[in-house]
Design a protein around this ligand. Sequence first.
Ligand code: IDP
Ligand code: CA
Length: 491
Amino acid sequence: MGHSSLPSRSWGFFLEKLTQKVSRAALVPSSTHEEMRKIPNNGNLRMTKVAYPLGLFVCLFIYVAYIKWHWASATQAFLGIPEAATGARRGQQAHSLPGAATHGPEVSYGIMFDAGSTGTRVHVFQFSRQPGETPTLTHETFKALKPGLSAYADDVEKSAPGIQELLDVAKQDIPFDFWKATPLVLKATAGLRLLPGEKAQKLLRKVKEVFEASPFLVGDDCVSIMNGTDEGVSAWITVNFLTGSLKTPGRGSVGMLDLGGGSTQITFLPRLEGTLQTSPPSFLTSLQVFNRTYRLYSYSYLGLGLMSARLAVLGGEEGKPAEDGQELVSPCLSAGFKGEWTHAEVTYRIAGQEAAGSLYQLCARRVSEILRNKVHRTEEVKDVEFYAFSYYYDLATNVGLIDAEKGGSLVVEDFEIAAKYVCRTAETRPPPSPFLCLDLTYVSSLLQELGFPGDKVLKLTRKIDNVETSWALGATFHYIDSLSRHKSPTS
Ligand SMILES: O=c1[nH]cnc2c1ncn2[C@@H]1O[C@H](COP(=O)(O)OP(=O)(O)O)[C@@H](O)[C@H]1O
Ligand SMILES: [Ca+2]
C-alpha cells in the first residue's frame, strides 16, 4: 500500500453529529431562560413575588428536563453509531469508530486491489487491534473479475466499470463510518509490467481517477506497479501469518511458490549460511515486519508465469501478433490439433506439430529450451516446507491431484506423472484442454529447475483459515506495520 501517512483518524463523522446535536440542544434552555428573566420587568411587586419562585421553578424544571434529554441523546449518539456499524457486520468484537479511544479492540479495514495479468481482484480486510499490539485479521471479503487490467490497454475507459464494481463490494462490506479512514490501494503485477510504459501509466491514471471519486482514503501512490520482489515477499508474509509462524517466532517459517499468468515467485527464509553466500544479491532481500527482520531469498521471474510460458513454448512474442497471421506450431499440442488462443489481447492461430515420438518427450524438450539458464537453483529448497498456490493449485485440481475445495499435498513428481499421462492420452484423443499437456510439463520442469526433487512434498492451498493465499494480505499487513512504525519510532 502507499506509504503516505494516514490523516489522524478522528471521531470524524460521529463527532460532527454529536456536536450538532449538543449545540442545538444547548440553544433550547438558554433562550427559554432569557424569556423567563424578562417576566419580573413587566409585572407589579405582588406579581413579582409570585413570579420569581414560579419562574425559578419552571427554570429548574426545564433545566432538569434538558439535562435528562441531553444525557439520553448523547449516550444514544455515542452507542448508536458503533451499534449500527456492528449490526451491519459479522464478528464478535464491538466496533469502535476510527481512531476512537476505546479499551477494547480497535477495528479497522484495508482494501487491496490485485491487478493481476489474468484478472483484477478486491480483498477487503477487517482487522482488530488491541492497543499496543499487532493487528489480527478478523475477516476477508474477496471478489475477482476477468480479464486483467492490461486487456484494456487500448481503451482505458473500459477498465472503469470493473473497478467500480469491485469498489461497490468494498462499500457494501465496510460500515459507512469507516469509509474515509479506510486505505484503498491497487497494485499491479506482471500484466502491467509487460505492457509498454505509457500504456501501463494510462491505465493506472484511469484507476486513480476512479479511486479518487470513491469515499475511501486514497494517497498519492494509491495505484502502482509492484516490483516482483515485493510481490514474492508479500505472499511470504501472507502464508507465514496465516500459518502462525510470524506471530510465534520459534515456529519454523514456510516457503511460498506462486505461479501467476505473467510471472512466478519463489520466497523462503534460508537457514543455511551457504544459501546466503551462494545466492546472487538480487535474490536476497531484507524484510522488516512485526518488529522482526528477516533475510529472505525471493525472486520473481517475469515472463515465466504460465500464460507467458505458453506463449514462449508456442514460439510467440509478448504483445505481438504472429507475422501475417502465421500459425504457431508446437510440439506440446496434439498432432492434428488446430485452434485459436488469445493472450494479452492478441489472438494467435495455433496448431500441433506432426512428429514422430512421444508427445511428452517432445514437449519436455521444448520446455527445457525455454527454461534453460533462466532459473536459479538452490539446494536448500528441498529442506524447507513449501506452500504453492495460483496456477500450481489450479492445475493440480484440474487433474484431480488435490481436492478442488480443500486443496491438499502432493509430491513434485506427481506433476510429471500427470503430464506423462495427459500427454500420452492426448496422442490418441483430444484432451479436455489443448494446453493441459503443455501446462503440466511446464510446471513439472519449472519445479525441477528450481531445485525441488521429485519426492518433495508441496502443500497446495487456495485459502488458509478462509483467507485467500495471495500477496494481498501480506502487502496490507506490511503497510499497516510500516505505518505504526512511522507513528511510534521507538516500538
Ligand atoms: O487472490 C487470489 N485467489 C485465488 N486465486 C488467485 C488469486 N490471485 C491470483 N490467483 C490465481 O493466479 C492465477 C493468475 O495469476 P495472475 O492473474 O495474478 O497473474 P500474475 O500474478 O502473473 O499477474 C490464476 O490461477 C488465478 O486464479
Ligand atoms: Ca498474481
